[in-house]
Ligand binder design. Structure first.
Ligand code: NAD
Length: 313
């Protein structure tokens, strides 16, 4: 006897925002491989189109929809386009997000506003438009999954990013409480450091430090989130709502930032960590070296990472 059908997404209609590369692309691939039809939503049409093609080339059903999640009319039109193509909307993964690094005593208001506009307001606009559709359709139900961050819980990046992600976690709880009456589950996933184009500038010494501070011992890859997104998108999570599912290899458990000793090698090698990252950098046309590091990176970003982890080269 098997209960694996609990995770089956065959016939389900999904959208993923920010799905051209990185975590969003990983979520889109995972949902498609579990059987869902998936709309790849992104403001980057060139890269987003490639990801939709990639899903189709693997036998899935996918379309690309251009959308800037900070613009309410674009978000409404995006959901309409997805429903025109798929007939309904069962799963919405609200993943599009940005970080603008900089010391908080100096950062200007425009940077703050931009981060909050994408990460918090954009996530709300997408959740709202998805819920409106899920409420309209018969049967009325759906799964909304917001991508937050461990930065919602620990002070990790800077104020605009951390506060916007804390906002996503609490907004998720409020929406879960409100929309349960429509059989809409609203949950979020909080990753740690994931090797995506957002981290193409993370220096090697910092990656090594992350490995040392993470009980499961490797730097997170987009595919390390596949199980979590399938769980929250499927019937397996029908009685789960308002959850902030931390998927961090135990990173946030290591409260004293103590380098850990290992007894066996981690499941993933440093070479395997960068497979998806290199794919994404190639799609974006960004240069990268053998370690998947963009050599054009601004030195101040690399320095900010080193300072945050207390490492010197
Ligand atoms: N990489 C990490 O370490 C990490 C950790 C925790 C949480 N997250 C979160 O995961 C999500 C994805 O991060 P990532 O690392 O894959 O980022 P990424 O920069 O690699 O990719 C982000 C994607 O979102 C798209 N995007 C950005 N702004 C948009 C907008 N206004 N409208 C539509 N699309 C937009 C980009 O074009 C890109 O395709 C973000 O919300 C991020 O905050 C990332």
């Amino acid at each position: 006897m098997s209960d694996l059908s609990l995770f089956d997404l065959k016939g389900r209609k999904a959208l993923v925002t920010g799905a051209a590369v990185g975590i969003g692309r990983g979520c889109a691939l995972a949902l498609a491989r579990a059987g869902a039809d998936v709309a790849v939503v992104d403001r980057d049409a060139a890269a987003g189109t490639k990801t939709a093609e990639e899903i189709r080339s693997q036998g899935g059903s996918s379309l690309f929809v251009a959308c800037d999640v900070t613009d309410k009319s674009q978000v409404q039109a995006m959901v309409e386009q997805v429903v025109a193509q798929f007939g309904r909307l069962d799963i919405a993964v609200n993943n599009a997000g940005i970080a603008i690094l900089g010391a908080d005593e100096e950062i200007d208001q425009a940077a703050w506003d931009k981060v909050v506009a994408v990460n918090l307001t954009g996530t709300f606009l997408c959740a709202q438009a998805a819920a409106q559709q899920m409420i309209r359709q018969t049967p009325t139900e759906g799964k909304i999954i917001n991508i937050a961050s461990m930065s919602a819980t620990i002070a990790n990046c800077n104020a605009s990013y951390d506060a916007s992600k804390a906002g996503v976690v609490h907004m998720t709880k409020t929406l879960a409480a409100e929309w349960g009456r429509y059989n809409i589950n609203v949950n979020c996933i909080s990753p740690s450091y994931v090797l995506t184009p957002m981290h193409a500038s993370t220096p090697l010494v910092v990656r090594q430090r992350i490995r040392q501070l993470t009980p499961l011992g490797h730097v997170q890859r987009p595919e390390d989130l596949h199980g979590a997104v399938i769980f929250l998108a499927s019937a397996a999570s029908d009685y789960v709502t308002g959850l902030d599912l931390m998927v961090d290899g135990g990173h946030t458990l290591n409260a004293w930032l103590t380098p850990l000793t290992r007894s066996v090698p981690p499941r993933v090698t440093p070479q395997q960590e960068t497979v998806q990252l290199k794919h994404d950098l190639q799609v974006l046309g960004w240069p990268f070296d053998a370690e998947g590091i963009n050599p054009d990176v601004h030195p101040e970003i690399a320095d900010a990472f080193k300072a945050a982890f207390g490492v010197r080269e």
